[in-house]
Design a protein around this ligand. Structure first.
Ligand code: C2R
Length: 178
């Protein structure tokens, strides 16, 4: 069996972010995208942050996902040191409950984008889906997997619609009978 290529680097500012970030790794796994996970802090390990980003393309990574909470500078610092696309996951928590992380990740100066995803549970999933979409350019097999993923989302909504309509109709019927 050949080892899976590690195309996505998943970096987080602290091991305390891992419970949130895990969903990104699981979602990447679901698309068959290999990821390498590590803790690097632009604040606490600034030299490692710069060195990692500078060497990331050479290591074979094609996209970087950076998760951080609070004064979340990690995504921006990694983006400053690479031309790879960087996707930022703001991590909820702290005194400001993540609003600080959203703004710090999102509000980058012109020329150094960090594609910032949702705060909360959707964030790591969306980071992984966006990474898959970036990697799928020119890769029909991965594009087909993404299309299948969207079909599953559609089915879920249709099932939900049927359930809600059934329950609502039953509720109205009960009210009329009573
Ligand atoms: P601790 O739980 O280790 O105190 O970290 C981490 O991402 C975490 O959410 C608290 C929060 O600090 C964040 N942190 C950053 C950076 N390094 C750590 N925002 C950075 O480099 O941006």
């Amino acid at each position: 069996m050949t080892a899976r290529r590690m195309e996505a680097a998943v970096v987080m500012g602290s091991d305390s972010d891992w419970p949130v970030v895990q969903a990104a790794v699981d979602t990447l796994d679901g698309f068959g995208i290999g990821s390498d996970v590590r803790v690097i802090s632009a604040h606490r390990t600034p030299d490692e942050a710069a060195a990692f980003a500078q060497g990331a393309a050479k290591q074979g990574f094609k996209v970087i996902i950076a998760a951080a909470g609070g004064a979340a500078h990690l995504g921006g610092v990694l983006a400053a040191h690479t031309t790879l696309p960087v996707i930022g996951i703001p991590v909820k928590g702290g005194a400001l409950n993540g609003l600080d992380a959203v703004l710090a990740t999102l509000q980058m100066p012109a020329g150094i984008p960090v594609a910032t995803v949702t705060l909360g549970n959707a964030g790591p999933v969306n980071a992984a889906v966006l990474a898959a979409q970036i990697l799928a350019v020119g890769r029909p097999a991965l594009r087909r997997r993404l299309a299948a993923y969207k079909r599953e989302l559609k089915k879920k909504v249709q099932k939900g619609n049927a359930r809600v309509r059934r329950e609502a109709a039953r509720g109205r019927g009960d009210a009329r009978d009573g």
